[in-house]
Write a protein that binds this ligand. Structure first.
Ligand SMILES: O=P(O)(O)O[C@H]1O[C@H](CO)[C@@H](O)[C@H]1O
Ligand SMILES: O=c1cc[nH]c(=O)[nH]1
Length: 235
């Protein structure tokens, strides 16, 4: 089996892969939802698993935090291991009133302060967007399950603790729904390779009210986004 500096597969990797930032969230998803689970990766403790969900093969692996981390895993998963649908299941900070703790956000597009897309040498600014097919499918799932979702622009920030206290406010003014740290890199990597990507998030804290969840909840409690993402394997 092929291997890379970061993924040394001990089992097959499916065409659809869920990518939580936290490798322990990947383990939780595999143990909670998948059948016939095999662990395929442990390099750097970036745990990866393959199993089936309602009969369809699906993998789940931690992506680490930040655009450089998710983008290198996404590149290897696509170009070396043949992944075609990459779905980030992450936590995010709500940036608008009405985007409350535990709500589900779907990242239609991802703004960023990262220079990641400079590598493509485009004569302008690239707008990283999710697969519309995957957005539509998740919305249908959400309707059927009675889950409220917020669909719109998100911010993939390179900085968690920003020195400038007005940084978030300026993105909020532009209607950005939520902040996280990876999707712009994932969307651009997928677009460049001609495959599909989507980010589905649970609001773990609110930048509007200051409310927040615990580290344990971030690892295991955000099951709605997982249950919306897994059926995408069958598309
Ligand atoms: O919960 P995950 O998926 O890691 O996502 C969010 O949480 C981390 C920051 O705490 C960043 O990776 C951010 O994108
Ligand atoms: O990147 C992140 C993730 C969750 N909450 C935030 O405020 N930022």
């Amino acid at each position: 089996m092929k291997s890379t500096p970061h993924i040394n597969p001990q089992a097959p990797i499916a065409e659809t892969i869920l990518l939580p930032g936290d490798p322990l969230r990947a383990k939780f998803i595999a143990e909670t939802y998948l059948e016939d689970v095999q662990q395929f990766n442990s390099v750097r403790n970036m745990l990866g698993f393959t199993g089936t969900y309602q009969g369809t093969p699906v993998s789940v692996m931690g992506s680490g935090m930040g655009i450089p981390s998710i983008s290198l895993y996404a590149w290897e998963l696509i170009h070396v291991f043949g992944c075609k649908k990459l779905i980030r299941v992450g936590t995010c900070g709500g940036m608008q009133e009405g985007v409350n703790l535990y709500d589900v956000v779907i990242g239609q597009a991802a703004c960023s302060n990262s220079s990641f897309t400079d590598q493509y040498g485009l004569p302008g600014t690239y707008a990283p967007i999710a697969s519309y097919r995957l957005i539509e499918a998740v919305r249908e799932q959400a309707k059927a399950k009675g889950v409220t979702t917020h669909v719109g622009n998100i911010l993939s920030s390179d900085v968690f603790y920003h020195a400038d206290p007005t940084f978030n406010e300026r993105w909020q003014k532009m209607g950005v729904l939520a902040v996280e740290m990876e999707s712009a890199g994932l969307y651009a990597t997928a677009a460049h390779a001609g495959v599909e990507a989507l980010g589905i998030f649970t609001v773990s804290d609110s930048l509007v009210t200051g409310a927040e969840t615990t580290a344990e909840e971030r690892q295991t409690a955000f099951t709605q986004m997982m249950e919306l993402a897994l059926p995408l394997a069958a598309l």
